[in-house]
Design a protein. Structure first.
Length: 329
């Protein structure tokens, strides 16, 4: 997971979530609440077509990856517009742009669903009090301030006020638009299991990691396996880049590959950035390890970089890929 930046321009933010349309949608929610049409058994409470309009921009801001697990989403799926605070409990945020992230279907539909966790002892955020006798005029006065206008802060609830409410509630799971995941998440390679496990950076952050495990599945087996594959690729490039007696073009090429792995658009960039803060000698590694799950063709493409023979690369970094010497490129 990496920190995300919300782009607050008219070009980026769909008209549903700013200006006049935002107020109209807020008013429709307030009326539904007043009329008893947002109860659990109510039909047609929400219109998913409204928040689907946010998906292209949300995916762009998360670099076409799931905001939670950092797995590339657009390769295999359209992705979901995820309500960080579930609309079933935070009804007034159903159409709030600040509550949206791009998520993969597994994180959202298999794990997150309508669950949410806050710090034990804290009180959940409260929405506006609406009564059945409230007039349309009264609701019209409330509608502009129900949510933040992401483009014009002075036209809606001030963003700072929303942040204060969120801070007081203290969600245990990480919202990467409002928090830096690197403050909480560390990564532990376990060579014998061929896994990379997300762990807390400090013991006091353990409840945060546990919430992310529960709500996002960040330590589901498939993710731990995939992170380990990327860890092996990273370690191969880094060992080669830092080895002695390497030709300058080969060193530069491997250094560039390491830098590509920490780019925002790279899968599991948060993990690679964490490893980049550590001395190479501090990272667990076995030069005889075989990367699981990679085809032979992919092994050649990765490990025989720039036409370097596989035999020569084994001499450099002693990585066993099980190939006979073969020049590619």
């Amino acid at each position: 997971m990496i920190r995300l930046q919300r782009i607050r321009t008219e070009t980026a933010v769909h008209s549903n979530f700013r200006g006049v349309k935002r107020v109209e949608l807020n008013l429709s929610l307030l009326k539904k609440k007043r009329d008893g049409n947002l109860e659990p058994d109510s039909a047609d409470k929400w219109s998913s077509g409204i928040w689907k309009e946010a998906k292209p921009q949300l995916l762009a801001e998360s670099h076409n990856k799931c905001a939670y697990c950092e797995t590339p989403t657009r390769v295999v799926d359209y992705g979901d517009v995820e309500h960080f605070r579930p609309k079933s409990r935070y009804w007034w945020l159903a159409y709030s742009y600040e509550n949206y992230l791009a998520s993969c279907a597994v994180c959202n539909q298999e794990y997150k669903k309508d669950f949410f966790e806050i710090l034990s002892g804290n009180k959940p955020m409260k929405g506006p009090r609406i009564i059945a006798s409230q007039t349309d005029k009264s609701l019209e006065r409330m509608a502009p301030q129900l949510t933040v206008d992401p483009v014009n802060d002075h036209e809606g609830m001030p963003l700072a006020k929303l942040q204060n409410s969120m801070n007081a509630e203290y969600a245990l799971a990480i919202n990467p638009y409002f928090e830096d995941p690197s403050d909480y998440l560390a990564y532990l390679p376990i060579l014998e299991n061929k896994e990379v496990v997300v762990v807390p950076t400090q013991s006091r952050h353990r409840p945060v990691v546990e919430a992310c495990e529960s709500l996002f599945g960040i330590n589901r087996q498939e993710l731990m396996d995939l992170r380990f594959q990327w860890y092996c690729i990273y370690m191969t490039f880094r060992h080669t880049a830092e080895a002695s007696n390497i030709p300058t073009p080969i060193r530069t090429m491997n250094e560039n590959m390491v830098q590509s792995l920490v780019h925002d658009s790279s899968a599991y960039a948060g993990m690679i950035r964490y490893f980049q803060t550590k001395p190479l000698a501090a990272l667990p590694w076995d030069f005889n390890i075989v990367v699981p799950g990679l085809t032979e063709e992919f092994e050649v493409a990765i490990f025989c970089v720039g036409g370097l023979e596989c035999r020569r690369l084994r001499e450099v970094c002693r990585f066993r890929c099980g190939k006979k010497s073969k020049r590619v490129g």
